[in-house]
Design a binder for this molecule. Structure first.
Ligand SMILES: NCCCC[C@H](N)C(=O)NCC(=O)O
Length: 439
């Protein structure tokens, strides 16, 4: 991509800092309900499965809105979407602050999920507007990393507020945080000089979607996100903790320590992968395949290990699974570089469905397989035994395999298209030609 005059300017950095602040706030809103589980159980007089419904509703809303959001980012620009997202999250947290029934709480969580869904894709869309190509892979990684710090805001100050002030004031302060995000985004984010490139009137949604989907590079991004990210989500959102504690016999405190390795790995691996992608854009899918190989191999060894795995092996597993988070950001690079600028939002939305869809399916099927084995073993059988986990978590290999097939097919298709345009040769794939932006 040619460097425009406004690229990498002071204004660019202001827009980026404000937009990642909006994303950080969105991740805080996203993760706030999870850390208030015990208080929510009391407030709504809820069972574990009702509590789980709150997370599922939020994830389904998030994943389901990615494509509409991507299309709207291309039509209205990222600024409207980030400010709109902050407004929706504010409404959602207000409703949650006042809610005293499960139904009212779920409506609040629906709004939070919808506002959250509008943020990340818009922030990623701002990067090629404001920065030159070589900076974008690093900034994409940095965006992902900063966003994850939002989880710390939920874990530390929000939990402290919840304990000191109770439910309503704590959730009202989260609503106030989104007001801050709204005002900052409204005042300081701009769609840039390219904003007048938004394509004109009707049928745009269908056309944008079909243009983005027909591009094999978008589908390569979808499958890359699908395959790299889902094991991280499955581990962090649901099955990691019970697998470690009940399956592997690790103490709850050690399990929490092991889960915090995810943040460490993201902080270290993000810049490494970002600079690798910036220096070797022709190696992007190879980098993703290596991470996927490490995830599959580490799971294979842990699940085949006779008895409980030693601590060093569990650490290796978690490091490999955690690499999936930063590796999944490569998928957005495919969306950006294979599509014309007026379709990048839509393509980014499509890509961002991948990992969340794979995670939703896997979380559900693993739970179903655990239940099934318990039923088959008869009454009194342990739900979370190590052997039950071995079979249930093996479902991940099917998803990994399906994702890799999708990646190989779409990568080959992307290469064929590029070869037809004269943009790809086996030499360029080895990085010897000086051409950039291939997979
Ligand atoms: N450093 C890991 C960040 C992973 C981010 C992830 N790939 C992603 O797709 N995030 C979307 C979001 O809305 O957070």
């Amino acid at each position: 991509m040619a460097k425009a005059e406004h690229h990498d300017s002071v204004r660019s950095w202001v827009v980026w800092i404000v937009s990642i602040t909006a994303y950080l706030i969105a991740v805080t809103q996203r993760t706030s309900f999870g850390v208030a589980g015990l208080e929510a159980t009391d407030r709504f007089d809820a069972s574990a499965s009702i509590l789980a419904t709150f997370s599922v509703v939020q994830l389904v809303v998030y994943a389901g809105l990615q494509i509409p959001v991507g299309i709207l980012v291309d039509r209205w620009g990222p600024r409207a979407m980030i400010t709109g997202g902050a407004a929706l999250m504010m409404v959602g947290q207000l409703l949650l602050a006042m809610a005293d029934s499960v139904g009212a709480g779920l409506v609040g969580r629906f709004f939070v999920g919808a506002g959250d869904a509008m943020t990340f894709v818009s922030v990623i869309r701002l990067l090629p507007i404001w920065f030159s190509g070589y900076r974008i892979p690093m900034l994409t990684q940095a965006t992902g990393m900063v966003g994850q710090l939002g989880q710390l805001l939920s874990l530390i100050p929000f939990v402290a507020l919840l304990h000191a002030w109770s439910w309503t004031p704590a959730f009202l302060s989260l609503a106030a945080l989104s007001v801050l995000g709204f005002v900052l985004a409204l005042v300081l984010i701009s769609n840039g000089p390219l904003s007048n490139e938004v394509p004109p009137a009707p049928a745009r949604a269908r056309v944008l979607l079909s243009n983005a989907w027909r591009e094999p590079g978008t589908r390569l991004g979808f499958w890359t996100h699908f395959t790299t990210q889902f094991t991280t989500n499955v581990f962090l959102l649901t099955w990691g903790y019970p697998f470690l504690v009940s399956g592997q016999g690790v103490s709850p405190a050690t399990a929490s320590g092991l889960l915090s390795i995810f943040v460490l790995v993201a902080l270290v691996a993000g810049p490494v992968l970002g600079s690798a992608v910036a220096r070797h854009p022709h190696r992007r899918s190879a980098i993703a395949f290596n991470v996927i190989g490490a995830i599959a191999l580490s799971w294979l060894v842990v699940l085949l290990w006779p008895g409980q795995a030693p601590m060093w092996l569990l650490v290796v597993l978690i490091v490999c699974v955690a690499l999936g988070g930063p590796a999944s950001m490569i998928a957005f690079d495919f969306a950006r570089t294979f599509n014309p600028s007026h379709v990048i939002g839509t393509a980014t939305g499509i890509v961002n469905v991948g990992g969340f869809l794979a995670a939703l399916v896997t979380v559900y099927v693993v739970g179903w397989l655990l239940d099934l084995q318990q039923k088959a073993a008869g009454s009194g059988a342990e739900l979370y035994s190590l052997d039950a986990f071995r079979w249930a978590l093996s479902f991940q290999f099917l998803v990994l395999f399906g994702g890799v097939i999708g990646m190989v097919i779409t990568r080959n298709k992307a290469r064929r298209n590029m070869a037809a345009r004269g943009d790809y040769t086996p030499r360029s794939a080895r990085g010897l030609s000086g051409r950039t932006e291939i997979e």
